[in-house]
Design a protein around this ligand. Structure first.
Ligand code: FE
Length: 381
């Protein structure tokens, strides 16, 4: 089956064609061309009517949406999140868990494993955020369930549903060795909710750590005698930094600084969205803790710590373009390609021949009008 997308602006890392056509064979892009392409006989034609085609977004850190949280462990709720993420242009998703009991994590992973791969986003695996974090940097994670790194527990969870990424505190007992243990299993280790000092980071880096989760949030700040995890992420340009660009979790100036120092190639835009994403303000919960959402900002009722976001990835992309002034074909690296590379998924993140035809079509306001997964239109506004 061939599909032709005509009459689009094509934006992919390093490429911006004001008028372009994309030819797809089955799940894969086989040709891109400026101007027009003649539709092969029998091809399905999608007239993009001047919309901008970008690589489908990859959200490696998302807890929920539309009132549902992956940690509810509900198959119906999980399926709703996975389907509704398409509306923000996401085509690959890592459902992300919280610091909870093994029984609750198992239930959440069971619900993800039960997802129909023919619906919604692609799910290469889950992202375990916690439970092996630093109690002092728990933020909105439930301190009751914090424990020390336990590879055997990860193995049990991985047998329920593949674990793709794990976020933990490298200074925890056995934390540096845990980096290597995860890499040996093909799981991407990442650090935050951490008070690690730079020498601990350096040891973890030498063991293979190349990811920092929600960079700047719940990690050691930059200090001139110990640059901490924030300094480490800025200094080591090959470290991928997840960034919540809702202009609340980090200021516009910090967004600019991170992009200036690291370049978009190693910034991974995430939503860190909780269940209130795409929902009105009001009372919600996160990991069993009550949360109040006001003006789109989600905060724990007790203590007021930010409790995830209500951000959607297309909005994060717009914010980055506005705040950094980067051209779209540069900023777009951070929405998909860097996430794909950070996970070792070499088949997506670019609108180039040979890559998966995972595509979002945006209007001039970055509103997602259509989302294609493997050449199939799965969302249409
Ligand atoms: Fe977190």
């Amino acid at each position: 089956m061939k599909t032709l997308i005509k009459n689009c602006r094509l934006v992919s890392p390093g490429v911006d064609m004001p008028e372009a056509a994309i030819l797809i064979q089955d799940e894969t892009i086989i040709q891109i061309a400026p101007g027009d392409l003649r539709a092969p006989a029998g091809a399905r034609v999608i007239d993009a009517e001047g919309l901008t085609a970008v690589p489908g977004f990859i959200d490696v850190h998302c807890h929920g949406r539309n009132s549902f949280d992956f940690c509810d462990g509900s198959e119906a709720g999980t399926a709703e999140i996975v389907k509704n993420k398409l509306a923000e242009g996401v085509t690959t998703l890592l459902p992300t868990t919280l610091t909870l009991s093994e029984a609750e994590l198992t239930a959440a992973l069971r619900a993800v494993a039960a997802c129909d791969p023919g619906q919604g986003c692609r799910i290469p695996g889950v992202h375990l955020e916690g439970p092996y974090i630093n109690l002092k940097c728990a933020g909105a994670q439930n301190p009751e369930y914090v424990r020390v790194p336990d590879a055997a527990e990860v193995d049990r969870l991985n047998a329920v549903c593949p674990v793709k990424k794990i976020t933990f505190a490298i200074e925890a007992e056995g934390g540096v060795e845990f980096v290597g243990a995860m890499l040996n299993r093909g799981i991407v280790p990442s650090c935050t909710h951490s008070a690690a000092k730079y020498p601990t980071f350096k040891a973890a880096y030498e063991t293979g750590l190349r990811n920092l989760s929600h960079f700047c949030n719940q990690m050691t700040p930059l200090h001139h005698r110990d640059i901490g995890l924030v300094g480490a992420g800025l200094l080591h340009r090959d470290v991928f930094a997840e960034l919540i660009c809702d202009k609340l979790h980090i200021s516009p100036e910090m967004i600019r600084l991170v992009f200036q120092v690291k370049g978009a190639d190693h910034v991974v835009l995430i939503t860190d969205a909780m269940r209130a994403a795409a929902m009105p303000d009001g009372e919600y919960s996160l990991g069993g803790l009550p949360v109040m959402v006001s003006g789109g900002a989600a905060r724990l009722k007790e203590g007021g710590a930010l409790a995830g976001s209500t951000l959607q990835l297309a909005t994060a992309f717009r914010n980055v373009c506005e705040v950094t002034g980067l051209p779209m074909c540069e900023a777009v690296r951070a929405t998909s390609a860097s996430a794909a590379r950070s996970l070792g998924l070499n088949d997506r993140g670019y609108l180039l021949p040979g890559y998966l035809a995972d595509i979002a079509l945006l209007d001039a306001d970055f509103t997602v009008c259509k989302t294609l997964v493997g050449g199939e239109v799965r969302f249409s506004r």
